[in-house]
Design a protein. Sequence first.
Length: 230
Amino acid sequence: MAVLLVVTNCGEISSIKHKTGWYLPEVAHPYKVFKDAGISMTIVSPLGGKAPLDPGSVEASKGDPICTTLHADQQWMELFNQTSAITDIDVTKYKVIFFAGGHGPMFDLPDCDAMNNAAAKIFENGGIVAAVCHGVVGLVNVKLPNGEWLVKGHKVTSFTNEEEDLVKLSEAMPFMLETALVQHGAQFDAAPPFQEKVHVSGRIITGQNPASATPLAQRVFEKMKELKFC
């Protein structure tokens, strides 16, 4: 059983010329949890090809041995230069889709119809939809066949409006993630800024921020075992 690990193709917040991409610990930590559990991963992005790493996340993770080890692994880093496009994936072969964070996803995930459809199909087929931090934006515009938003009625979390204000990037965002989740019917709940928070709402599992990446992946693995996916 493989996990679809979704990363962004967006490498810059163009309005402020700010480098972005996928956030290192929000990929590295779940990757290690899944790999240690013997679960394979297929790395996908909206367009395929290069998925840029947020350089700021490398600097912020210098004291993190998991991040530094994987970042130094050229073979591992090369995986993100040749991601699969979601349109090339047969999602019926997957039971888990996991959206990694970074500010990049805010710009290329919400309106990616193929990604939204993939998440909806996996969920409708009894699978797990999981995301951490800004990766939760991958759930915002997912609609189920009955016309309802995926997140409606579910307790979820994500990078909060307050956290966005604290990192001084609110004005550069296309919209505020927490606000959008609430607008689509989610029951939003979060910890204080930059503290760990994970919510498991049935088969929807979300984490608030980088501190939540490892526990989120652990909850996903537990749910996979519960559902006998592995």
